[in-house]
Design a protein around this ligand. Structure first.
Ligand code: SAH
Length: 470
């Protein structure tokens, strides 16, 4: 079994070696989780209107949870039209106030945006994930349908690199009807994804349609956009979530002498127009229900919204087959305060300019494992460096380096280092898999008439198992 799967992954990888660096995506070089200056007067104006909105809300109904603060700052969809009456001119006009959250209104990705992610750094990343998707589809017995579902696809670069792998592996995939499903809240990013991915398409006529955008790739694959995972049709699916869960709202809790208390966001009485963290004097519903009884840390962050998505993924994988691959900054239940804001190339006060800065918290994979439940098998987390090496990044690099000129070689090397170096994304970024339980059951293999006697090792899953490349 081990030999069979490893050989398949190697074979798939060798089939994509003829893909060369494409000029448009070639080594989208970057130096770090790149933060470039994005401050603009537009940012400042919408930042202060979001701040005013949050301040008046808090003044009216009391401090809000960190989760509510994040939800408003990142994904509030509202643009408000205010009617103003000018006394001097005796006329009425309208002012558009943007309360729109960071993800809803901005393209924040790429060297020209606020930050850069692995798929934007190198096409190798998407190619290896494409091989992973196809190898999991093969390991599931090559079902007739393959839905690739990406949560939070950003600029669409990962999906685009994977689709190129699918085209290359067409002889292998021809038995399946393949479709792409994107879960995206941002109208700005969904437009960008459409530009990258589809040749023809359109938008839904009504706002409440589950599929709000649709189209076909140049190769004829159907692509659909949804705001929520619930709206994606059921069926054998491979789900990908790259830097998605770290953008979802977290609750924060502090251990006190009187028990667990929720950390809330309040207006700062000493600094007008500023917000501050406070510890709730009494338990909240969240502090009563979301902290584990045996929790040993003094401060914990719980992403309940992410937990709901994980439960949905687990249910779907258990029922329809397939797998979910989650890749994110994270830890395995060891870290405490990871809530961070980023803006303009650097760390940014999480409570300053809401709506204009990225807010993120590391994914707690011990929580992911717990909420996924027993209906699925969990693998990982493993470090990105390990995952990519297991997927054959070194072999792929050698082929590309052989076929590149000097300057492409330098870019290749720097993006490789960025993805795999322990001090960069190699160790801080983790991969986690949810798989159908049958995937880890070793089928009984008859050798002659005798069944194997030894308890077999778990069958390998590409990326999570070391595979020696010849
Ligand atoms: N996966 C991409 C983008 C990461 S940024 C990459 O790695 O490059 C986070 C992405 O998730 C963005 O596309 C953002 O618009 C989307 N997103 C954030 N919150 C979301 C939510 N609640 N539902 C769906 N998409 C969301």
């Amino acid at each position: 079994m081990r030999g069979f799967c490893a050989a398949k992954t190697q074979q798939l990888l060798s089939l994509i070696h003829s893909i060369s660096p494409l000029p448009s995506v070639q080594w989208r070089a970057a130096t770090s989780r790149l933060w470039s200056s994005s401050s603009s007067s537009e940012d400042d104006a919408s930042g202060s209107s979001m701040l005013r909105h949050l301040t008046s809300k808090i003044k009216a109904t009391g401090p809000i949870s960190v989760a509510e603060y994040m939800r408003e700052a990142l994904t509030n969809p509202v643009m408000v039209r205010l009617r103003c009456f000018h006394v001097h001119h005796n006329e009425t006009s309208y002012v558009i106030l943007s309360l729109q959250g960071y993800y809803v209104k901005k393209n924040m990705l790429g060297p020209e945006g606020d930050f850069i992610t692995s798929p934007e750094i190198s096409q190798i990343f998407g190619e290896l994930l494409g091989v992973w998707v196809v190898s999991e589809w093969m390991a599931a017995g090559r079902p007739k349908q393959l839905q690739l579902v990406e949560l939070g696809p950003g600029k669409g670069s990962l999906a685009s690199d994977i689709l190129r792998v699918f085209t290359q592996l067409q002889p292998v995939l021809s038995a399946a009807s393949v479709s792409l499903h994107l879960v995206e809240v941002s109208p700005v990013l969904s437009r960008l994804q459409a530009q990258t991915l589809i040749a023809t398409g359109g938008e839904a006529e009504r706002e409440d349609e589950p599929v709000y955008r649709y189209g076909q790739t140049a190769a004829g694959l159907p692509v659909s956009w949804y705001r929520r995972l619930e709206d994606v049709p059921s069926g054998f699916s491979i789900f990908l979530a790259h830097e998605f869960f770290d953008a979802l709202p977290i609750h924060k809790f502090q251990r006190t002498e009187r028990g667990w208390r929720e950390v809330l966001v309040d207006v700062d009485p000493d600094r007008p127009g500023r917000l501050r963290f406070v510890v709730a004097p009494t338990p909240t519903l969240a502090s009563r229900t979301l902290v584990q009884a045996d929790e040993s840390r003094d401060h914990v962050e719980v992403c309940a919204e992410g937990g709901v998505v994980i439960q949905q993924l687990a249910r779907r994988v258990a029922k329809d087959g397939g797998a979910a691959l989650i890749a994110d900054y994270g830890h395995d239940g060891t870290k405490t305060d990871t809530f961070r804001g980023f803006k303009g190339h650097s760390l940014h006060d999480t409570l300053a300019s809401p709506g204009c800065a990225d807010l993120t918290a590391d994914v707690d994979f011990s929580y992911v494992r717990r909420v996924a439940g027993r209906g699925v098998a969990c693998l990982g987390p493993v470090a990105q460096r390990t995952f990519l090496k297991n997927m054959g990044i070194d072999v792929r690099m050698q082929v590309l380096l052989r076929n590149s000129d000097q300057s492409s070689r330098e870019q290749l090397m720097s993006s490789y280092e960025f993805l795999t170096d322990g001090a960069k994304m190699g160790e801080r970024f983790l991969f986690f898999g949810l798989l159908h339980p049958s995937r880890l059951v070793r089928p009984k293999m008859a050798t002659g008439l005798k069944l194997e006697k030894k308890t077999p090792a778990q069958p390998p899953v590409a990326g999570f198992t070391e595979i020696r490349f010849a």
